[in-house]
Ligand binder design. Structure first.
Ligand SMILES: NC(=O)c1ccc[n+]([C@@H]2O[C@H](COP(=O)([O-])OP(=O)(O)OC[C@H]3O[C@@H](n4cnc5c(N)ncnc54)[C@H](OP(=O)(O)O)[C@@H]3O)[C@@H](O)[C@H]2O)c1
Length: 326
């Protein structure tokens, strides 16, 4: 593994450079504020009707329209949702300075061809491996979040140094910057979102909860067992790894895990995981994401509407309401 830290990286490539951060959402806010605190000249680029302009200005950031921010910058960081990055790039391409650099925090838009950058541009990736809120709060605690970095096009001959300096300025190198590629970062990320942490894990929590409730267990008890303990196992795994986590639980839990885990996650689940990876690699998911955005997000709206009516949410709210008031 090729992992670099603060001491391995020079921030000089950012000196005298101006960075335009396009979008002030999860990553845009965190990266803009971390860059500013690292002494980098930053401007946040937003669309005309953006409700985020005031928030960014109140945080002490310079804010401008996307097209003006792009025209004034040496580095343009695309931090709006992945599915709209292609249209944003096409709108501003002519305003990006000759020989500038463009950066991303996800490989998707470049790897799956939503954007085909001009050949005079450096194209780099710095992808923090976690949400923007944590990237910012870790930075404020003088800590950092691990990130992946990669270069898709090195027009200047200095794209590597620039990407690493950017990763250091947003705080990732405090924890470690790992060399990767646009393909590897986005395939692994899209796979995990569907098949592991963000897709499969919540579904297995709900399935377990519903199985217990169907079997006559009180919803609040089922919730505490199947959902409430997730934080505990996540913390143990983060501190000790999976084998170490098993050492910290009772023999009863250990035997249950050894017998039950492989029975639930059997070969049929692994075969479906391979299917998901193949679909991600073929670009099928990227096209589905684009189609969903073009249609006005009907599947996401439907899922949002259905989620709050589920029994598992009622159990969550009942437990929250019963918590002692501070
Ligand atoms: N979520 C994370 O923490 C996370 C973690 C790692 C990597 N990433 C990557 O970071 C990038 C940004 O993701 P995110 O979750 O931070 O995005 P996000 O929070 O959804 O981005 C919201 C921002 O994008 C702007 N925006 C949305 N649609 C736009 C459009 N059509 N034209 C112009 N601006 C538009 C919004 O503008 P308004 O203010 O006008 O609404 C808002 O400022 C993505 O590549 C993502 O994969 C995200």
């Amino acid at each position: 593994m090729d992992m670099l830290h603060d001491g391995d990286i020079d921030v000089a490539p950012l000196s005298g450079k101006r960075v335009a951060i396009l979008g002030y959402g999860n990553q845009g806010r965190a990266q803009a504020l971390n860059l500013k605190d690292s002494g980098v000249n930053v401007v946040v680029g937003l669309r005309g009707a953006s409700g985020s302009a005031n928030t960014a200005e109140e945080a002490g950031l310079e804010v401008g329209l996307i097209e003006d921010a792009v025209a004034s910058a040496d580095i343009v960081m695309f931090l709006a949702p992945d599915e709209v990055l292609g249209s944003i790039y096409r709108e501003v391409e002519a305003r990006i300075r000759y020989g500038a650099a463009i950066g991303f925090s996800h490989g998707l838009a470049i790897h799956f061809g939503f954007i085909r950058p001009r050949t005079d541009l450096d194209v780099f990736l710095v992808a923090p491996k976690g949400p923007g809120s944590a990237l910012r709060s870790l930075f404020q605690q003088r800590r950092g979040m691990v990130g992946l970095w990669a270069i898709a096009h090195d027009a200047s001959g200095h794209a590597r140094e620039l990407a690493l300096a950017y990763g250091k300025a947003i705080g990732c190198a405090r924890a470690g910057l790992i060399a990767s590629t646009f393909a590897e970062e986005c395939e692994a990320d899209l796979f995990n979102e569907q098949a592991v942490v963000w897709g499969a894990v919540p579904e297995i929590l709900i399935a377990g909860f519903e199985t217990l409730v169907e079997g006559g267990i009180a919803p609040e008890v089922a919730f505490l067992e199947c959902v409430g303990e997730l934080k505990l196992i996540a913390e143990l795994i983060e501190q000790r790894g999976i084998a170490g986590m098993r050492e910290a639980i009772s023999n009863t839990a250990k035997l249950g895990a050894v017998l039950g885990g492989p029975r639930i996650v059997d070969d049929s689940i692994r075969a479906k995981m391979r299917e998901v990876l193949a679909e991600v690699r073929s670009g099928k998911f990227a096209q589905e994401l684009k189609a969903e955005a073009d249609a006005g997000y009907p599947l996401l709206e439907k899922a949002r509407a259905e989620a709050s009516g589920k029994t598992v949410e009622q159990a969550f709210r009942a437990l929250k309401d019963a918590e002692p008031r501070p």
